[in-house]
Design a protein around this ligand. Structure first.
Ligand SMILES: [Zn+2]
Length: 354
């Protein structure tokens, strides 16, 4: 099971054990950066439950159930009326909902509730994916709570998000959380080659600058990404050693410039991967475990200047700010405050293991 998906070996192990024991929970929460395969894992789980000719290793991947589950029917023209319903795969027991615009709707959650109460039409279990679950607002989250409380044993709901802090605690606490890691450059390169997504030379380059995300490795805009990463590396450098507050405030100003408005979240993502890498090196990880492997020598230098506990707490501080941004505080002021707090020598009490 999961052989065709790159990376996240630990997650594969955990999910395999849960499935073999027949103890897949009714509600799961898949957490991790964009573009690292969370949706593929969810569909693979749906196959594991519904495959007609499973092998000892898991779903066959070739039977009519497996092939139909692979096909999620997302309307090509982005028809919003269609997007307001469950997007079924070609299999009648497996579907996904996405936010038609900025939020997931109450009606979508009610449809899931209704459908989850049916017995499987064809396979052994019904599986519903909720993509970008951070787009649940209070009303739709509350509508979903009902079915999360007591899903029928033959129905499974998988929430997928890169922003778990934005979910209501009541939702999070009802789901079993599975945390996905960014992929290493070697894993991404292998995936691109195996699936004929890039030739050897460009696979290597894309993998190296992808910072852990296959989605990013495939996006054509590598130049923008490299620029973003250079800017965020300057932030990390200013935080390490003797913090350089003037540089941090300049970086905050740049991060909030109008031309980068759409990139704000993406830049924070990149900053998190850089912090994670420096933290990993500071606790003895090797070069091939880095997401930004091509920056090894710079990151190694930085790792010698940071306290691992503080570096780990930086990621929490960034996540906390993202949470505050939902309630529409001024982004520039919030970023200034974030960087100043990160530069302050007092280590926050919360623990975080990236
Ligand atoms: Zn199969």
């Amino acid at each position: 099971m999961f052989e065709r998906i790159a990376g996240n070996e630990r997650v594969k192990e955990v999910l395999r054990r849960i499935i073999d024991a027949g103890r897949l929970p009714g509600a799961l929460l898949f957490v991790g950066e964009e573009g690292i395969g969370k949706k593929l894992f969810a569909l693979e789980l749906a196959k594991a439950l519904n495959c007609r000719t499973p092998t000892a290793a898991g779903p066959c991947g070739n039977c009519s159930a497996c092939t139909r589950i692979s096909k999620v029917n997302v309307p090509e023209d982005g028809d919003t009326e269609e997007l307001k319903q469950i997007l079924w795969t070609d299999h009648p027991d497996v579907g996904m909902v996405v936010a038609p615009k900025r939020v997931l709707l109450v009606t979508q959650m009610r449809q899931i509730e209704r459908e989850a109460n049916f017995r499987p039409f064809e396979g052994k279990a019904r599986v519903f994916l909720i993509d970008e679950a951070e787009k649940l607002n209070d009303p739709s989250a509350n509508a979903l709570l009902k079915v999360l409380e007591e899903p029928p044993p033959t129905s499974h709901i998988i929430l997928i998000t890169s922003r778990p802090a934005m979910l209501l605690e009541t939702i999070r606490s009802r789901c079993q959380m599975i945390r996905f890691s960014p992929l290493t450059p070697a894993e991404i390169e292998q995936h691109l080659m195996q699936n004929n997504l890039a030739d050897r030379a460009s696979a290597a380059l894309r993998a190296r600058v992808a910072a852990g995300s296959i989605g990013r490795a495939l996006s054509s805009d590598l130049e923008t990404f490299v620029e973003q990463r250079t800017a965020m590396l300057a932030v990390l450098k200013a935080l390490a050693g003797n913090p350089n507050e003037a540089q941090l405030l300049r970086s905050s100003e740049q991060l909030n410039e109008a031309q980068y408005k759409e990139e704000f979240e993406a830049r924070l993502d990149v900053l998190e991967t850089l912090i994670r890498d420096a933290w990993m090196l500071s606790v003895g990880a090797s070069r091939d475990q880095l997401v930004n492997e091509d920056l090894f020598s710079e990151l190694e230098k930085i790792s010698g200047q940071i306290d691992p506990d503080r570096a780990a707490s930086w990621i929490l501080q960034i996540e906390d700010m993202r949470e505050q941004l939902i309630v529409n505080i001024n982004r520039r002021i919030a970023t200034d405050a974030l960087f100043v707090a990160m530069a302050s020598p007092v280590a926050p009490p919360r623990k975080y293991l990236p």
